[in-house]
Write a protein that binds this ligand. Structure first.
Ligand SMILES: Nc1ncnc2c1ncn2[C@@H]1O[C@H](COP(=O)(O)OP(=O)(O)OP(=O)(O)O)[C@@H](O)[C@H]1O
Ligand SMILES: [Mg+2]
Length: 500
């Protein structure tokens, strides 16, 4: 299934990398994953195809002991890790061994010792031991002896076959159009195989036809799962760029980079855009524009809440780490950090240096990340932004979003009238734009909303007078904050380019 944009993100698959390790006689391999069943399937494939002849895959867990996966034959008396390792040592042919859930036993120095000995004695041949664990807490004594592999979340191809199997199993249900398949696969990016299977199964349940409307069910599933990570929120795509009035420069910039996320660009070795920072006057569409990027680029978006990073149970460092891992797992994606300055608040009053440390690990990650996680940040209190954040190489561009021009105000009226089912041509929007100098986008939206309310309350269709009335009711914030806006503009003049 070709889902275009959500192409494989890693140059080589787990299979290829594991194959290389086996071929080079690596005897101890640590695999970071939550997905034991999927790992078993992958290793089964390696056991079948790496060597001239298929070799056995033996799987150990503390409850079952060592089991030969081909015939489910159990090696008696191998429930303890040491007895299992002893049994492995006695096998003379080439095998792949998967030890599931070994990590709780690795606090026992004797188990660690035995594992090292067994792995060393396997070095001569092609047998190898895989240890699966949800994280990378390798005991120090083993660090030198293990190779580490990550079983990435399933890519579009694997998700595609999961979907296909579910469809095959539900003959009463079909997709309204074939392209929907890729859209579903894209929507499921970031789920484990199990999660995706459950999500698809629920989606197909009791339906004869799946339509684009149903995509939101997958997004909801994903939202729940990402929520469980505790730090990130999944933001379902809403309106596209057509919901944003004005900001032509920003739109052009986004338009030019849309292609970068396609498979071709990636294969051509094009450097991916890293991120964008939107600063500017409150209520003029910064957050709105960030949300529009997601649907415009057709990439999933997750939001990082810095307050949650600081409140994370394992401490902020672990919180940030987990957030980054989750975002990378959903890659390619957009990571939205709204009001990034709040992350840095109190840095001056930061006696322990914690905030500074968190922030600098974030910057380092931004600089060095290899996964496609496009950072879209917004900032209001620009004077709080440290120079490190603004340095070249961090964000590809810093945009300044000013109060909308007259033409832009016309566009914003158009957007909001249309959004509510009205024809902009029926209203004097050009003149309205003239009489709303200094209004923010949010205030124009409010004008439209109040005008519609008034007409509705009087049981008639809205007209120009309702809008003029609402304009008269509004005191634009910019009038009272003229000084502050001047200051923002001065700052932006030297550091940012205009979004309009
Ligand atoms: N350029 C615009 N086009 C269309 N609607 C807009 C525009 N700017 C603002 N709005 C409307 O105002 C609302 C608030 O804007 P938004 O939240 O994007 O502002 P912001 O720049 O992020 O402000 P803040 O700095 O206060 O967070 C939007 O949801 C949208 O409905
Ligand atoms: Mg905002």
């Amino acid at each position: 299934m070709d889902s275009g944009i959500a192409a494989e993100q890693q140059e080589s698959s787990f299979h290829d990398r594991a194959h290389r390790l086996l071929a080079s006689k690596t005897s101890l391999i640590w695999v970071v994953t939550w997905e034991e069943a999927r790992l078993e399937t992958q290793l089964g494939r390696l056991a079948d195809h790496t060597f001239k002849k298929p070799i056995p895959l033996l799987v150990w867990s503390a409850t079952t002991g060592l089991v030969d996966r081909r015939d489910n034959q159990v090696f008696a008396g191998t429930e303890s890790p040491r007895s299992a390792l002893d049994a492995v040592l006695r096998i003379e042919t080439t095998v792949i061994v998967l030890l599931e859930d070994l990590h709780p036993f690795l606090t026992d120095p004797l188990v660690v010792r035995r594992l090292r000995e067994v792995s060393r004695s396997l070095d001569a041949g092609y047998s190898s031991i895989f240890v699966s664990a949800p994280d990378l807490h390798v005991p120090r004594d083993l660090e030198k002896a293990v190779a580490v592999l990550e079983l990435e979340l399933p890519g579009p191809e694997e998700l595609g076959s999961v979907l296909q199997r579910q469809l095959d199993g539900s003959p009463g249900t079909h997709l309204a159009e074939p392209e929907l398949g890729s859209a579903l696969v894209r929507a499921a990016a970031g789920l484990t195989e199990d999660e995706a299977r459950r999500a698809f199964a629920r989606l197909l349940l009791n339906k004869t036809e799946v339509t684009a409307e149903n995509l939101s069910e997958i997004y909801e599933e994903k939202r729940q799962i990402i929520r469980k990570s505790g730090i990130l929120d999944f933001v379902p795509p809403r309106g596209g760029l057509d919901q944003v009035g004005g900001l032509a420069n920003l739109k052009k910039w986004l338009q030019m980079r849309k292609r970068f996320f396609g498979r071709q660009a990636r294969n051509a070795g094009i450097t991916m855009p890293k991120g964008v920072l939107l600063t500017g006057v409150s209520g003029c569409g910064k957050s709105l524009s960030v949300q529009a990027i997601s649907s415009f680029w057709q990439l999933p978006m997750v939001r990082l809440d810095m307050n949650r990073v600081y409140g994370a149970p394992g401490g902020p460092e672990e919180g940030l780490q987990r957030a980054i891992e989750t975002a990378e797992a959903v890659s390619p994606c957009i990571l939205w950090i709204d009001e990034i300055e709040t992350a840095i608040v109190g840095m001056s009053g930061d006696p322990t240096g914690l905030a500074t440390r968190i922030f600098s690990s974030f910057l380092t990650w931004m600089q060095e990340k290899t996964k496609i996680v496009f950072v879209a940040a917004t900032a209001n209190e620009i004077h709080m932004l440290p120079p490190e954040l603004l340095r070249k190489g961090r964000f590809d561009e810093i945009f300044f979003v000013d109060l909308p021009s007259e033409q832009e105000r016309t566009d914003i009226f158009t957007v909001h009238l249309r959004k509510r089912g009205h024809h902009p041509e029926d209203f004097p929007i050009v003149n309205l734009a003239k009489s709303t100098g200094n209004f923010t986008g949010a205030e124009i939206e409010n004008v439209v909303v109040s005008a519609l309310y008034r007409a509705f309350g009087e049981d008639r269709s809205p007209d120009g007078d309702d809008l003029y009335w609402a304009v008269g009711q509004t005191i634009p914030l910019a009038t009272t904050m003229a000084e502050k806006i001047k200051e923002i503009r001065r700052w932006a003049d030297q550091r940012a380019i205009r979004a309009s």
